[in-house]
Write a protein that binds this ligand. Structure first.
Ligand code: MRU
Length: 344
């Protein structure tokens, strides 16, 4: 099942808020629908929101009826700002939009129709490259997985979060295909249950053995010797290797350290933000308190209670054993190894 697809000039987005109960696509005829789908997590996961934003920009640009090139470029810039404002943490969103805007600069002589076509072609390229990048991460990462490993993952860094087989789950898929007889433990991932709803769903489809646990069970699972390694995705990685990922990841990394387990992060180079030296500078999204006070539509906390609901946390680089990228595996010191992989 595709996370998103371009059909007859429109973008269709698989509405992940309905999974695993229903698989329905949202037809986006206007870029505002794409903004809304990203904000409400119908499409989510760093690489997927990057690709969706790219298509959103192409969609918004295609609808513009402006004759002047400067006017057109200014209007596309505004669409990019609207898309960029939807979610602040995953850098892939801004990375994809910057790449799209770069197309306008590099096509100096093109007509407006030509620019519209070039934008759509770039969105398709971003999508296709993500697919290939997932495969490479799978190949690099699979070598780190021992036979019969018990693997804990948090949130969903799978096909649903990307254009391909996923980042962390791409490595897991590759290890499974290599016949390593792995088993997966999926944290449910409160408050929005990406682990329970999405990761287990993906694993069941692929017949990869998976066990669901609530987030507060991970320590006891490790203490019982069931886990050999942890692998997660990332929303933004600072130049020094600090990793922003779904809230709860930091706690899992601390637990992995306590139990002497490797803690791996799988992410494409587009998730590394070399403009940010360390994790403290990563903007962390705060989401609606209703996500915490309500469960499956039912209120589970007193009305008016004060709520803290950051969507992500930052795992310091010292807790990260290795970062599996689409250009190879980086090990500490990340400031040097990530830069080397990026050719900086
Ligand atoms: O809020 P979400 O569901 O968009 O958060 C997603 C994550 O934290 C993923 O682990 C991350 O984006 C990596 S996806 C390959």
């Amino acid at each position: 099942m595709e996370t998103m697809r371009w059909v007859d000039g429109f973008l269709e987005i698989l509405d992940q808020t309905l999974l695993p109960g229903k698989a329905e696509y949202i037809k986006c005829e206007h870029y505002a629908t794409v903004c809304d789908a990203i904000r409400r997590l119908s499409v989510r996961g760093a690489p997927a929101i990057g690709a969706a934003a790219a298509y959103g920009l192409a969609l918004g640009a295609a609808a513009l009826k402006l004759a002047g090139r400067d006017e057109f470029i200014a209007a596309v810039g505004q669409i990019a700002r609207d898309l960029s404002a939807t979610r602040p943490t995953a850098v892939n969103l801004q990375w994809a939009l910057d790449r799209m805007l770069g197309v306008l600069q590099s096509n100096g002589s093109n007509s407006i129709e030509g620019l519209k076509e070039a934008l759509l072609a770039e969105a398709h390229a971003i999508y296709a490259e993500d697919l290939a990048s997932n495969r490479r991460m799978g190949e690099f990462g699979e070598k780190l997985i021992p036979p019969h490993a018990g693997i804990l993952t948090h949130c969903n860094a799978g096909a649903l979060a990307t254009a391909g087989i996923g980042t962390a789950l791409g490595v897991i898929r590759a290890a499974h295909q290599a016949g390593k007889n792995i088993s997966v433990y999926a944290d449910e991932t409160r408050p929005l249950l990406q682990g329970a709803r999405l990761t287990t769903w993906e694993m069941v489809q692929e017949k990869i053995p998976v066990t669901l646990l609530t987030d507060n069970m991970a320590g006891y699972l490790m203490a019982g010797g069931k886990v050999n390694l942890v692998i997660v995705g990332a929303d933004r990685i600072a130049a020094n290797g600090d990793v922003a990922n779904k809230i709860g990841t930091y706690g899992v990394a601390v637990l992995a350290k306590e139990h002497g387990l490797p803690f791996y992060v799988a992410a494409p180079m587009s998730t590394v933000d070399f403009n940010i030296a360390g994790g403290r500078e990563i903007p962390i999204e705060n989401r609606d308190e209703r996500e915490v006070t309500h469960f499956a539509g039912q209120q589970v906390a007193p009305a008016g209670i004060k709520v803290w609901n950051p969507a992500f946390d930052v795992t310091p680089a010292r807790l990260v054993t290795a970062i599996i990228t689409d250009r190879g595996v980086a090990r500490p010191p990340y400031t040097d190894t990530l830069a080397a992989l990026a050719g900086k």
